[in-house]
Design a protein around this ligand. Structure first.
Ligand code: PLP
Length: 366
């Protein structure tokens, strides 16, 4: 029988998929993981209660297709009705559905740049046209250019990330509200609030007025549940019904749903970790700022953050990342090209992790 040992599978891929670089994440977990904006304060926090809960889950049955209990709990937490809540396997899945549902070849999607990479990856997979509106040199959002581009280009989808990743910055309320009012109704406005809990301001209270608005949230960041993959969206029922056209029947496992329920019950632990994260973010911001002030690195720039991470820019980015890596600490680097050249993004860790980070960085500067 003829064997197929030399098949060029790659050439069978759709053309736009062939060109796509797969999203890269760390394959080895270092001792101190500060590269993915997870919440290390909650490490191990849900295990015991989840183990207990799993005992009563009928694993031989398909999961609840409607994620009923989870949606109810999210609705209560957000003071909203269940029919306005859609759950997904991470907000990543909801981003993918939005693009699948609305974007075909040549349809346009507008985002800011730099921002979260999955909007662009999904758009390219769908064969859509991605239009990226650059942030200014200070990595601030440019509302006029953004709106002008929307009015001229007539995209079907717009992604607005607030607070933004990887910059940590936000769009002022009045500017965001102006955008909401001026973007035409035939454009789907996605406001990604993955870091909402660290910032506290939301557009979720506008979904009744704006049926073309969908707000994305996640339990991966403030809630410390990145491993279980629970994301959700808040939107009008017409929007949720539209997106649900591409939703598979059993998208979220019983285990994911159970983990989400356990996590949402641990309100005081989550709140405490939030307070700690913000406190340590301020501590580290001051530390980095002083490195500059004291002349240890006058090129070091600290971008104001409303999230659980800090973006830094310095000519020493590469050296710092290497030094941290040697000490088993991972942070996210952005290479030598583009607006994020020589930047690194550091997630706020636990007290011990932050102190170790500080110690290694101090040693680097000597
Ligand atoms: C802005 C933003 N949106 C969405 C996500 C994806 O989150 P999830 O874990 O819910 O898929 C991330 C993760 O880093 C993010 O930074």
């Amino acid at each position: 029988m003829k064997k197929r040992e030399n098949v060029n599978i790659k050439q069978l891929l759709r053309k736009n998929i062939q060109k796509l670089e797969p999203y890269q994440v760390l394959s080895e977990v270092p001792a101190i993981k500060l590269d993915a904006n997870e919440n290390n304060w909650l490490a191990g926090c849900f295990q015991e209660r989840l183990t207990e809960k799993i005992k009563s889950i009928p694993l031989h049955q398909y999961p609840d297709t409607n994620c009923w209990e989870l949606r109810q709990k999210l609705a209560v937490a957000n003071e909203i009705k269940e029919e306005n809540v859609l759950t997904g396997v991470g907000s990543d899945q909801i981003i993918a559905w939005l693009v699948q549902a609305f974007i075909g070849p040549e349809d346009k999607v507008i985002t800011m740049s730099p921002t979260f990479g999955m909007y662009g990856i999904n758009t390219r997979m769908a064969g859509g046209k991605l239009i990226e509106i650059p942030l200014d040199e200070e990595l601030q959002f440019q509302p006029e250019i953004f709106l002008k581009s929307i009015l001229e280009e007539k995209p079907k989808l717009v992604f607005i990330t607030n607070p933004n990743n990887p910059t940590g910055g936000v769009i002022e309320d009045h500017l965001l509200n102006k955008l909401l009012e001026e973007i035409p109704e035939d454009v789907v406005i996605v406001v990604d609030e993955a870091y909402y809990e660290f910032y506290g301001k939301t557009l979720a209270n506008r979904i009744a007025e704006y049926q073309n608005l969908i707000v994305l949230r996640t339990l991966s960041k403030a809630y410390g549940l990145a491993g279980a993959r629970v994301g959700y969206a808040l939107a009008s029922q017409v929007m949720i019904d539209a997106v649900s056209h591409v939703k598979p029947p059993y998208h979220m496992s019983s285990l994911d749903q159970a983990a989400g329920l356990v996590c949402l019950d641990m309100v005081s632990e989550v709140k405490e970790s939030l307070v700690n994260t913000v406190k340590w973010r301020q501590y580290l911001e001051t530390f980095f700022f002083q490195l500059n002030q004291q002349g240890k690195d006058t090129t070091l720039k600290v971008f104001p953050s409303y999230t659980n991470f800090i973006l830094l820019k310095t000519v020493h980015a590469e050296g710092l990342i290497e030094k941290l890596k040697k000490n088993e600490i991972s942070v996210r680097g952005y290479g030598k090209e583009g607006i994020l050249a020589n930047s690194l993004r550091v997630t706020i860790g636990t007290e011990a992790e932050n102190r170790k980070l500080q110690q290694v960085i101090e040693a680097y500067y000597g």
